[in-house]
Write a protein that binds this ligand. Structure first.
Ligand code: TPP
Ligand code: SF4
Length: 276
């Protein structure tokens, strides 16, 4: 079904700065489709980002936007959600932005279960700044700062989010936009902290150094390594090594932060008024 994604784009900002074939375009389109499916108007949404290629989505999106400093999107997003709980707050983030410099904010936002949706575009590298390795660069992969291969083990975004307290966790890829739209839509609709990890391609900085310099090479490789959750459940852990298990991977119900905060505020107010 066609939809008017132009409604969510600031046409005056065109053209996008992304390299041709970059996965971020697919992620942005899936996000706009999810907004349209949910019937969200431009002014219903507040989108926040830090710095990076992924973070540029915010500048191109026609809604209430805040393009902040590297790693700090969740601090601004938390402030917005507390001040305006009526807004749908979305954070667009790269793996470096939200898991390295912003890692501390990320785990504590998961713990609070604040009603914010994070779209974590995992292209396994710092794209914007020239291909330094990030917390999701696979061990052994090459990067500008790992010319002989990366020694650091990488985070599993799904396990990290679950362990820290997020209440909706999903993984999709740029190789399956239809599934990605559904995962994003369900994450946006979820009341609580939701994380949608998107396995994406940065052929310019990651692929070029790892024998996949073309966008389609990377996207095809992502497709080959993708395993839907139902199939993964029948596989052994060793068979899943190096694979991307996709789908809605975790859901939980826990009190949401702004509601709890409001409850405490009212309690404090009542106590104060009784004393007065
Ligand atoms: C405090 C600070 N440190 C470092 C930078 C430089 N910087 C800008 S974007 C970026 C990394 C971006 O990588 P990622 O978040 O993975 O996003 P991508 O570009 O891959 O989408 C870095 C290190 C900065 N802008 N501010
Ligand atoms: S450097 Fe990588 S992440 Fe940035 S626009 Fe180019 S392909 Fe995309």
């Amino acid at each position: 079904m066609s939809f008017d994604y132009g409604k969510y784009i600031r046409m005056e900002k065109m053209p996008f700065l992304w390299c041709p074939g970059c996965g971020i375009g697919i992620v942005a389109k899936a996000l706009y489709k999810a907004f349209a499916d949910l019937g969200w108007e431009n002014n219903d949404i507040a989108m926040v980002s830090g710095i990076g290629c992924t973070s540029r989505v915010t500048g191109y999106t026609n809604c209430n936007t805040l393009h902040t400093t590297h790693g700090r999107a969740l601090t601004f997003a938390t402030g917005i959600k507390i001040a305006r709980p009526d807004k749908h707050v979305v954070v667009m983030a790269g793996d470096g932005d939200i898991l390295a410099i912003g890692g501390n904010h990320f785990i504590h936002s998961c713990r609070r279960n604040i009603d914010i949706t994070v779209i974590l575009n995992n292209n396994h590298i710092y794209g914007m700044t020239g291909g330094q390795y990030s917390p999701t660069t696979p061990q052994g992969a090459y990067a500008a700062t790992a010319p002989y291969g990366n020694v650091d083990p990488c985070f599993d975004v799904v396990e990290l989010s679950k362990a820290a307290g997020a209440t909706y966790v999903a993984r999709g890829t740029v190789a399956n936009a239809v599934l990605l739209e559904k995962l994003i839509r369900n994450g946006l609709a979820h009341r609580g902290f939701s994380v949608i990890e998107v396995i994406s391609n940065c052929h310019t900085q990651f692929g070029r150094r790892n024998r996949q310099p073309e966008a389609m090479q990377m996207i095809n490789e992502i497709k080959e390594r993708t395993v839907p959750l139902a199939r993964a459940e029948k596989m052994q852990p060793e068979e899943l090594y190096g694979k991307f298990v996709v789908g809605e991977l975790y859901r939980a119900n826990r009190p949401e932060y702004t509601e709890e905060y409001e409850r405490m505020r009212k309690k404090a107010l009542a106590k104060h008024q009784t004393k007065g």
